[in-house]
Design a protein around this ligand. Sequence first.
Ligand code: GLN
Length: 334
Amino acid sequence: MLDVPQRARTGDLPAETRVAALVREAHARYAASQDGTVADYIPILGEADPRLFGLSLTEVDGTVHHAGDADVAFSVQSISKAFVLALVCESIGHEQVHRTVGVNNTGLPFSSVIALELNEGSPMNPMVNAGAIATTALMPGETAEQKWRAVQEGLSRFAGRPLEIDQQVLHSEIASNHRNQGISELLTSYGRLRGQPEEMVEIYTRQCSLLVTADDLAVMGATLADGGVNPRTRQQVVSPEVCRDTLSVLAACGMYERSGEWLFEIGVPAKSGVSGGIVAIAPGKGALGAFSPRLDRAGTSVRGQRACAFLSRSLGLNLFASRIHPPKGSDIDE
Ligand code: GLN
C-alpha cells in the first residue's frame, strides 16, 4: 500500500517574525489612503468612522498577527454568506447546493434583480443576496427561530466565541431593505425559496448584523483554510470537503462582479461585506481579516483589498503562483 498523505501541499508561510513584520508593513503602507466611500444605503452604516483600519492574520496553528484596529467590532454583513453556505453544505451536501442555489457568477452587482430575471429565477450563487437568502432558508430547523439559532450558533463556532447582533444595525437595515424583500418575493414567485419570504429575509438580515472584528474574521477564515478545524478552539466546525466546496464558490463569486479581477490580482478565495470587512483565505496556511469602511464601487473595502494584495504577493498566498512575487508598485483601482 502506498502511504497517501492526508494533507494537500499548499506550501508554507514564511517565518512568524517575517509574517508579523509584513502585516505591520501592509497596515502602514495603506493607512493614509482615503480612497473609496462608506456605504450608506443602510443608513446606520453611513455613520461608520472612515479612519478605522484593522488587519489580522491567523495561521492554521493559531498564531495571530495583527495591526491597527483589529479588535474593533463591526457588522459582518455579506461575509456571513460564506459561513452560512458552509453550514448548509454540511447539512444538505454538495449536490443539493449545486442544484438548488447554483455556483456560477452572475457578473452583476450583489443586489441585482435583473440577474434573477435573466436566469429564470435561479439565484445563481450563494454570495449574491438572492442566493444568500435562498441558502439561509435551507439551514436546518423547522421554524424561523430554529433556523436563526442554527445560523448564530454555527457562525459562533467558526469565530470560536459567541457572536451577538448589533441591534441598531439590524433595525436600520430592516427599515430600509425593500430591495431584499422584493428579491425574496421574486424568489418565491419562481418557487425558489423555502419558507415565508418575510421570515427568511429577517434571518438573513440578522445574520448580516452579527458583530465581528478583523481578528474574528481571520479565525473564521483560518477554519476554512484548515479543513474545518477552528485554530482558536481546535473544534471541527465543518468537514474538509465542505471547506473545499465553500472556497471554490468564494473564488468564483465572493467579490461579485469583480471576482475575476480579485483572482487576477490577489489569487485567493475571499468575501467582502459592505461595512468594510474582508476575509481572504489561503488554504493550508491561514486567513486574513481586514476592516476599513471606505468601499469601491462593487462594495469592497479599498484599503482592505490593497492590504490583501500586498500580503498575498509578499507571503506567497496566491493559489496560482509557484513562487513568491514582489509586491506591485501600483495599487488596486478604487
Ligand atoms: N446586508 C447587506 C445587504 O443585504 C449585505 C450586503 C453586502 O455586504 N454586500 O444589502
